[in-house]
Write a protein that binds this ligand. Sequence first.
Ligand code: MF3
Ligand code: CO
Length: 248
Amino acid sequence: MIILKSPQEIEKIRASGRIVAGAIEELKTRVRPGIRTKELDKIAEEFITKKGGIPAFKGYRGYPNTLCISVNEEIVHGIPSERILKEGDIVGIDLGVLLDSYYGDAAVTLPVGHISDKAKHLLETTEVSLYRAIETAVIGRRVSDISHSIQSCVENAGYSVVREFVGHGIGRSLHEDPPVPNFGEPGKGPQLKEGMVLAIEPMVNAGGYDLEVLENGWTAVTRDRSLSAHFEHTVAITRNGPLILTMI
Ligand code: MF3
Ligand code: CO
């Protein structure tokens, strides 16, 4: 069941999303060769708590941390650790906040120092696919129009879209209906209506789309160990068009 949100509720999600975006901005200034992923997690947790929010992932299905930090061939759900980031890595940072009973959720993939042109192109393509998808999120279109726009953008660039993880509705729960796959034929699935709020999150592999989950039960990596990138925004469908809620 898809829960439509009132303008007041959308404002609450936006308030939560502002904290998400603020934390990401802070992390952008801190990501560099030599930093441990655990340190980034601590920075984010302190930022969120200081703003009155609650880290949304910590404790979710037993997840141990504030951030998911996924490096290089890690797709999503990497667990912060003593790992030290090094020049040339790409680091996916995924972050959710609960504020006043509403969730915001966003992700970016950042370069660590100087990265290869190949890695840069993967990041750019994944981010562009997200913004194309957001442009598609207008009243009257269907969920799979979003999916299709991501898939065509990504595959035209010679990359592949992950199948096992999808975007989602969001509001009083972190994950609500509808699922928002990053692939599929256009014109299918629920019609987009005013008041829908969706977390759109393309996960893009430089090689094949197959993945495996590591022994820790969380970290998804590309099966062929190719690089992977992830970008996400929480977006409201409004009569004035798509509204990105995870912005400062
Ligand atoms: N942003 C991701 C999602 O929307 C991560 C949540 S998984 C968690 O599904 F368990 F780490 F919280
Ligand atoms: Co999400």
